[in-house]
Write a protein that binds this ligand. Structure first.
Ligand code: FES
Length: 87
């Protein structure tokens, strides 16, 4: 079980506890933390968040990402993480 610390994403700051078997986007939705998204396949970039600490695994994606950016639809936590809105 991993902890996702949500740091001021659309006004929400809270702790989620997840198994790490679903995307961060899906986990956020399950906990009513709503973020922008569209394709859910790593193409549009609308779900980009900032990884503030911890590690994630990214499935394949075509989007170029800056340092610390993750695609919520393609990323799964591999340990406790802290995420916030894109800089
Ligand atoms: S929803 Fe399109 S890249 Fe994540």
């Amino acid at each position: 079980m991993f902890r996702i610390e949500v740091d001021n994403i659309n006004g929400k700051t809270e702790l989620l506890y997840v198994h790490g078997d679903r995307s961060i986007l899906t986990e956020l939705e399950q906990h009513n933390v709503l973020i922008n998204h569209s394709c859910r396949q790593g193409h549009c970039g609308s779900c980009i968040l900032q990884l503030l600490s911890g590690d994630v695994i990214h499935q394949d994606s075509l989007m170029p990402l800056s340092q610390g950016e993750i695609l919520a639809c393609r990323a799964t936590p591999v340990r406790d993480i802290k995420i916030g809105p894109r800089d």
